[in-house]
Design a protein around this ligand. Structure first.
Ligand SMILES: NC(=O)c1ccc[n+]([C@@H]2O[C@H](COP(=O)([O-])OP(=O)(O)OC[C@H]3O[C@@H](n4cnc5c(N)ncnc54)[C@H](OP(=O)(O)O)[C@@H]3O)[C@@H](O)[C@H]2O)c1
Length: 247
């Protein structure tokens, strides 16, 4: 019988102060686990810890693009059974409006932070045998979309790195997978709505056979990848997009 239970497991969740990351924290706690929740916004971290209970949710503030803050996080945590990399950012702009600065700032949080944090945790021995690493890709890293050059590149690179990491860490029985969500009604979707406008978003939703998703839909997929039920799954990308890429 498949086991989706996370009792006794400690999961590091980045991007825990908002949207998908916050929903992942709630899903882990609901499944019996505890979270080490991280983000930059102190008040939202404190609210999360209050909501989930301090004994089930340890909140640690860190800017993951800052090497010193990342190192401090690695030093503080221990005995991790998994990581869900929810932190990320969006940059939508036509190719003619891109800049090196925008590219570097997006790569720093979407690609470098999860790769460098994961490898530093491995090097420091903070991930237990049979741990599960869940990277947050995107359908933007799988299919092209106008205005997504920087975002698509960062997410495609992350999902590719996840496959290589899965091969390297299999000898320690650590699994590495990516999620590739489509449009989810969370912080980033609101940014897209602001950039594209209501009419364009309504038209875009028609391309989703099941409509846009909720943060809880992605959190459920993360919970599965973290759980013993996924013990034989590594090096893959689980698309959760309401059928958007099925065509
Ligand atoms: N929403 C979607 O439609 C969608 C679709 C596909 C993929 N995704 C991916 O799913 C993830 C979450 O998306 P979301 O919509 O839930 O986003 P969101 O609500 O905007 O949340 C982003 C999270 O990332 C954290 N973060 C950003 N920069 C950071 C930094 N430098 N250091 C530490 N934390 C940082 C934020 O923390 P603070 O606010 O505390 O700074 C926040 O908790 C992202 O990786 C996104 O690319 C989202």
């Amino acid at each position: 019988m498949a086991n989706f239970d996370l009792t006794g497991k400690t999961i590091l969740v980045t991007g825990a102060t908002s949207g998908i990351g916050r929903a992942v924290c709630a899903a882990v706690v609901e499944a019996g686990g505890r979270v080490v929740a991280t983000g930059r916004d102190r008040s939202r971290l404190a609210a999360l810890s209050t909501d989930l209970g301090a004994e089930r949710c340890q909140a640690l503030r860190a800017d993951l693009t800052d090497p010193e803050e990342r190192d401090a996080l690695v030093t503080t945590v221990s005995g991790l059974d998994g990581i869900v990399h929810g932190a990320g950012a969006l940059q939508l702009a036509p190719a003619g409006f891109l800049s090196e600065k925008k590219l570097r700032s997006l790569e720093a949080i979407n690609y470098e932070a999860p790769v460098l944090l994961t490898t530093a945790l491995v090097k420091a021995g903070k991930l237990k045998t049979e741990a599960s690493v869940v990277l947050m890709g995107s359908v933007a890293g799988l299919v092209g979309a106008k205005g997504h050059v920087l975002y698509a590149g960062s997410k495609g690179a992350l999902m590719a790195a996840g496959r290589a990491l899965a091969l390297e860490l299999a000898s320690r029985r650590i699994r590495v997978n990516s999620l590739a969500p489509g449009m989810v009604r969370a912080g980033m979707a609101e940014e897209a709505q602001d950039a594209l406008g209501d009419d364009a978003m309504a038209a875009h939703e028609k391309e989703y056979p099941l409509g846009f998703g909720r943060p809880e839909d992605v959190a459920a997929a993360a919970r599965f990848l973290l759980s013993p039920a996924a013990r034989w799954i590594t090096g893959t990308t689980l698309v959760c997009d309401g059928g958007f890429t099925a065509r």
